[in-house]
Design a protein around this ligand. Structure first.
Ligand SMILES: Nc1ncnc2c1ncn2[C@@H]1O[C@H](COP(=O)(O)OP(=O)(O)OP(=O)(O)O)[C@@H](O)[C@H]1O
Ligand SMILES: [Mg+2]
Length: 340
């Protein structure tokens, strides 16, 4: 219930300007010009009868980095595949830069670059040939200078004449990104771009993604590394069981749903929390040497001043004090727990 309330209050402002969702049709949906991608009333039921997406409404803003988070099987890849025209939606309307992905397929697809989740690059072709070929698939004329830039940006230039088969897993993943960028897309989907890549490559990829955003590319990424979303995203969407349960600015999400903890390292052991401090959300460590105060991240600091004053008045001395703030990962885990 709480989650539904959170979802309703947080997501509603981002829903497209449609009438009652159930009544919306292709002709009644109004798409915002600000949106790069508009998904309205999207549902997907696979042939097996599995409902992978349920009435998804989502607006992706031009030029943002949007992180789509959710547990295994939540529907992330299905959603991306529908937008990219790889999976047929059962219901709903999707537009990319105003182009309907079904009736205006070519225009929509030419704007999009997709880095798929699965590695499918076990070829005898060279890196250069593979990436150049991808560009040709979109009917774009050869542009060696662009291919060279992409390969250099992804540290693949030295490998350009090597066959794909001989590359390591991380390098193959970089080739997938190079392929997705070969036709200069305005929108880039990265479906778990850093799964199984080492820390330094992850940071390189973040740099590449940031540079792309700076050049005006809209980016949608999925990841199971929540710290990646915390580091990169402007907005976060959480999907669970085929439903979008939350869409929010990252900073706002962390401010609204995050908690902070203030820990007092005591001078002397306490047996219990004194009654004079019962009004505060306090807990005492097992050894009785730490008093921990948990509070909302957006709370004014006046509470803390009052707490410290009351601690002093209760005759409790402390020798150290520190605060910690919940990470996006903590928030994500608690959101999904609440959903179960
Ligand atoms: N081609 C298919 N046919 C039938 N069911 C499918 C198909 N593809 C995916 N599914 C099912 O749809 C649901 C959503 O799968 P999807 O791949 O979109 O999840 P995901 O969020 O990308 O998960 P992960 O984090 O594991 O990549 C899952 O229950 C999955 O088993
Ligand atoms: Mg997936």
């Amino acid at each position: 219930m709480l989650l539904r309330a959170v979802r309703d209050s947080i997501i509603s402002p981002y829903l497209p300007a449609v009438g009652a969702p159930a009544a919306a049709t292709a002709t009644t949906v109004v798409f915002s010009m600000e949106s790069m991608i508009s998904v309205a009333n999207l549902s997907k039921t696979y042939g097996s009868g599995l409902h992978a997406l349920r009435d998804v409404n989502l607006e992706i803003r031009r030029g943002e980095i949007f992180a789509l988070l959710g547990p295994n099987g939540a529907g992330k890849t299905t959603l991306i595949s529908c937008i990219c025209g790889i999976v047929n939606p059962t219901e709903g309307v999707i537009r990319v830069d105003g182009h309907d992905i079904i009736s205006d397929f070519r225009a929509a697809r030419s704007i999009i670059g997709l880095v798929p989740q699965e590695l499918t690059t076990d070829s005898f072709e060279t890196v250069w040939a593979t990436v150049s070929f991808s560009r040709g698939l979109f009917g774009k004329s050869a542009k060696p200078a662009h291919i060279e830039k992409v390969l250099r940006d992804l540290s693949l230039w030295d490998k350009r004449d090597d066959t794909i088969r001989t590359l390591s897993g991380g390098m193959k993943r970089r080739v997938l990104i190079a392929k997705a960028l070969s036709h200069e897309p305005q929108v880039l989907f990265l479906d778990e771009p850093t799964a199984g890549v080492d820390v330094s490559l992850r940071h390189d990829m973040w740099e590449v993604v940031r540079a792309l955003r700076a050049s005006g590319v809209t980016i949608i990424l999925t990841t199971h590394y929540i710290d990646e979303a915390e580091e990169m995203a402007d907005r976060i969407g959480v999907i669970s069981n085929g439903e979008i349960i939350l869409v929010e600015e990252k900073a706002e999400l962390m401010r609204k749903l995050g908690t902070k903890q203030l820990t007092l390292q005591l001078e002397h052991q306490l047996d219990g929390i004194p009654p004079a401090l019962s009004a505060y959300r306090l807990s005492l460590s097992e050894d009785g040497m730490q008093l921990v105060y948990t509070y909302d991240a957006q709370r004014e600091s006046t509470d803390i001043i009052a707490l410290l004053r009351d601690v002093g008045a209760a005759g409790i001395g402390f020798k150290d004090i520190h605060t910690t703030q919940s990470s996006l990962e903590d928030i994500f885990v608690s959101l999904l727990k609440g959903k179960k």
